[in-house]
Design a binder for this molecule. Structure first.
Ligand SMILES: Nc1ncnc2c1ncn2[C@@H]1O[C@H](COP(=O)(O)OP(=O)(O)OP(=O)(O)O)[C@@H](O)[C@H]1O
Length: 805
């Protein structure tokens, strides 16, 4: 590019930076001043405030003064927050104010507009001319969607057509243009090459300056209730999802807050891996959770649900043990739509018969028997849904408890307890009793006034009558205290015996067919039943039972909903069952959903194919409300690594690498296990010497990770981290990690600890190996002490190199 252009651009950059600096300087005292002012009001607010409730008028005065002050404070805080945010965004812009420029000639106009694009907008002093446009503005989408030539973009008031005359990309560091390209492609390869060539980080980075057209379609999709993204490994699904969150927050800034968006992550470590992207873009992080956290929260107090990692560990390590086949069949079946339907039918059956309740016990007595509850329950109108009838029963139980509580006051234990109260407790209880119950106070007051007016003697505490009343009050209080937990547990539906209701499904095939309307069952049903009941008996739940259990529980007790959440994001969406999707849909009734995943990486048994025509997830909201976007280009790995990994998938042919060159994957055959460990250490040292900082030795299971960790360490290794499901923070360095925890994460170099047929031989292990290998950005080594896994063996020898020790 001509020297002159560089000079002009650098000049413009200097001017913009000067203006940014000037605006910041101007804002600085105001920002600081406002902060002090708000703190001052807040301090005085509490100091000045004495709640005066002597008369109604006083009370009203205080009330309005509180209201006024808090409104003033809220307004100040709002202004202050905006100022601080402006100041912060300018501060963020200063070192690198923009990354792109387009010159756009709108149809019907004579002069093209120069549009500079950065992470946020910056307006000149005239408050009209945009010196920088936020990347999320409608006009900025031109930058991502078009190359020079005819171009158009959508605005709230319609489509704008025109012609893009220039598209330029910048790399700016500390106010200096270090690189500048005029792009003819959508986003020029040069910049992307440079970005992708860099080393892996312990934190994910934003891709704002190099978003690709197909990713932009995901980010700006505004119309779908359900947006599904099926994308190859490394195609930028997570990156696009996070950019989409930033886009939604910007576009709907008047109506959506960051905490109204929730992202389901595959594991806690992933939460830390992606936590800096949104702050880097100037936005607050959305809520993040794992589905497991949710299960633990709702089931953890009564049962211990197994997590998906332990389930996977079982599936991968226990082949051949007794009961294995049945468990695997059970896992598949319990994640299926057939089982979902079976549970729905079971709900209808329960409406007619078979409900199980827990009796209400009190001091070793049965207060309300199961039979009474059942009779009551089945006396309700049969056409009412199950959960409505359960609410009715709940009300009935609370009423019954009130009656029983009243009757209980005469019981001898109450009197005994009363006798045990010492004088202090007595006085305290009495005092509290009066404090608690304003009505009683009022009644007292009323009585005393009437007595005075009627010139009657007012009873005092020495009165026999008053003493009796006092005792009566205390008796009530004692019984009430004892009944409190009963009422509480009725309110929490403890009278429904969900455990038995769920367990009842697993008695035998005949009963199951009757309860669920003749649904087909897996071949090994008797053994599945035995295993399920056995786990339930020990108050545990298999992972595959946890969501169905919760689903059934809510079918009976009523669905929990969260109406605050407006957007739900599910990353690694192939790992969730139809059940879990159905569940999320119910839980967040006002939310739109974005599901991102890759069926090629479906390594858990409960996988859902996101893009198959009969996919349950497409049916979730119906086709009309669903959009499906496929991403085929893989950005993470070098061309050589993509060529190698895509050959492992039967339908991997469509995956296209981004053209970044590197070394071919290396297959190392080693004579023995100990030699392999030594070799791995030598390879790690060499990779580090080359400048690679993030290196992962990936194993199939957690058990293998532990063994490998011990064994490599005995060879005298340097800092080596063992990553387990408990690891919360993702740190850069050398680590040993099981493949299912490495999901979604990437490393400069990946070493597959054991690529033998024993490790990856069965068909369900194909995707495991694929997932492991696709974590590599720059280098991929595979080790075996014998043969190669059939998935490696089947690859064309051109796609790898070999070495043997
Ligand atoms: N447009 C882009 N510009 C720059 N880098 C990109 C772009 N798209 C993706 N990448 C990079 O490619 C890598 C993979 O991206 P990401 O993790 O989002 O992919 P993914 O589809 O979620 O992968 P996986 O399914 O394997 O977890 C990341 O390093 C990301 O920064």
């Amino acid at each position: 590019m001509e020297e002159k252009e560089w000079v002009l651009e650098q000049d413009r950059l200097d001017q913009v930076r000067n203006k940014l600096q000037a605006s910041m300087d101007k804002l600085e005292p105001e920002v600081a001043g406002l902060r002090d002012q708000a703190a001052e009001i807040r301090k005085r607010f509490w100091e000045d405030l004495t709640i005066n409730t002597a008369t109604t008028d006083d009370f009203e005065d205080t009330f309005y003064s509180v209201q006024q002050q808090s409104a003033m404070l809220a307004e100040r805080e709002r202004v202050q927050k905006q100022m601080i945010q402006r100041w912060k965004s300018m501060n963020r812009l200063l070192p690198s104010p923009y990354f792109g420029r387009i010159d756009f000639l709108e149809e019907g106009t004579e002069h093209s507009e120069r549009v500079y694009i950065g992470v946020s907008s910056f307006v000149d002093e005239d408050e009209l001319s945009f010196l920088i446009y936020d990347w999320r503005t409608p006009i900025a989408s031109l930058y991502y969607d078009y190359s020079p030539g005819p171009a158009s973009y959508d605005t709230p008031s319609g489509r704008i057509d025109g012609r893009m005359e220039l598209k330029r990309q910048f790399q700016i560091h500390d106010g200096r243009i270090v690189n500048m390209f005029d792009a003819s492609e959508t986003i020029g390869d040069e910049l992307l090459q440079q970005v992708l060539g860099q080393g892996a980080n312990s934190q994910m980075k934003s891709i704002v300056s190099t978003i690709q057209k197909e990713q932009n379609a995901i980010i700006r999709n505004d119309h779908s209730r359900m947006l599904i993204v099926q994308g190859a490994a490394g195609s930028g699904k997570t990156s696009a999802a996070l950019q989409r969150v930033a886009y939604l927050l910007y576009k709907n800034r008047q109506s959506i807050r960051a905490d109204q968006i929730i992202l389901f992550s595959p594991n806690p470590m992933f939460v830390s891996y992606i936590s800096t992207v949104l702050p880097e873009l100037g936005e607050e992080n959305m809520q993040q959770t794992t589905f497991q956290e949710y299960l633990d929260y709702w089931l953890g107090s009564t049962l211990r649900p197994e997590d998906i990692f332990d389930q996977t560990e079982y599936v991968l390590t226990e082949q051949g043990t007794s009961g294995y086949e049945a468990r695997v069949q059970g896992i598949e079946y319990k994640a299926s739509e057939e089982f979902l339907l079976a549970l729905q039918n079971y709900g209808l059956w329960l409406g007619r018969e078979g409900m199980r309740f827990n009796s209400i016990q009190f001091r070793d007595r049965e207060l309300i028997s199961v039979k009474r509850m059942r009779d009551e329950f089945y006396s309700y109108e049969r056409t009412l849904p199950l959960n409505h009838r359960i609410s009715q029963l709940q009300e009935w139980l609370l009423d019954e408890l009130t009656k029983l509580e009243r009757a209980e006051r005469d019981a001898s234990w109450v009197q005994e307890e009363l006798n045990y109260l010492d004088t202090d407790e007595y006085a305290e209880a009495f005092g509290e009793l009066h404090k608690e119950s304003e009505l009683l106070d009022l009644a007292e007051l009323y009585a005393s006034v009437r007595e005075k007016m009627n010139n009657k003697r007012r009873g005092d505490e020495s009165d026999f009558d008053f003493g009796l009343r006092e005792e009566d009050l205390l008796l009530r209080r004692i019984v009430k205290e004892h009944f409190k937990p009963l009422r509480k547990s009725v309110k929490k539906f403890s009278f429904v015996d969900v455990k038995s209701i769920y367990g009842q499904l697993f008695v035998d095939e005949v009963a199951y067919r009757e309860q669920t309307n003749g649904v087909d069952v897996p071949g090994l049903w008797p053994e599945i039943c035995r295993q399920t009941k056995e786990t339930l008996l020990s108050n545990k739940l298999f992972h595959e039972d946890a969501t169905p259990y919760l689903y059934l529980k809510e079918l009976i007790e009523g669905v929990r909903t969260n109406t605050e959440i407006r957007h739900v994001f599910v990353d690694e969406g192939q790992d969730y069952s139809s059940f879990q999707y159905e569940y999320m849909k119910k839980l967040f009734p006002r939310a739109r959903m974005t599901v991102l995943g890759d069926f090629g990486q479906a390594i858990f048994m409960q996988a859902t194919n996101l893009s198959a025509t009969d996919s349950p997830i497409i049916r979730l909201y119906g086709e009309a409300e669903t959009s499906l976007i496929r991403l085929m280009r893989s950005y993470r790995s070098t061309r050589e690594i993509v060529e190698f990994t895509k050959g492992m998938l039967p339908d991997g042919g469509e995956i296209a690498p981004f053209d970044r060159e590197g070394h071919k994957p290396l297959l190392r055959r080693i004579a023995s296990g100990s030699k392999r460990d030594a070799r791995i250490l030598v390879d790690i040292a060499a990779l580090r010497a080359e400048g690679f900082e993030s290196i992962a030795v990936i194993t199939k299971t957690a058990a293998e990770s532990r063994e490998a960790y011990e064994s490599v360490r005995t060879q005298g290794s340097e800092a080596l981290q063992l990553v387990t499901k408990e690891t919360k923070d993702f740190e850069k360095g050398v680590m040993i990690i099981p493949v299912y925890l490495a999901k979604g994460i990437e490393f400069d170099a990946v070493l597959i600890y054991d690529a033998s047929p024993e490790a990856y031989g069965r068909d369900n292990e194909r995707k495991l190996l694929y997932t492991a290998c696709t974590r590599a950005m720059h280098r991929l080594y595979l080790y075996s002490t014998g043969e190669w896994s059939p998935f490696v063996h089947a690859l064309h020898p051109d796609v790898y190199e070999t070495a043997s020790d």
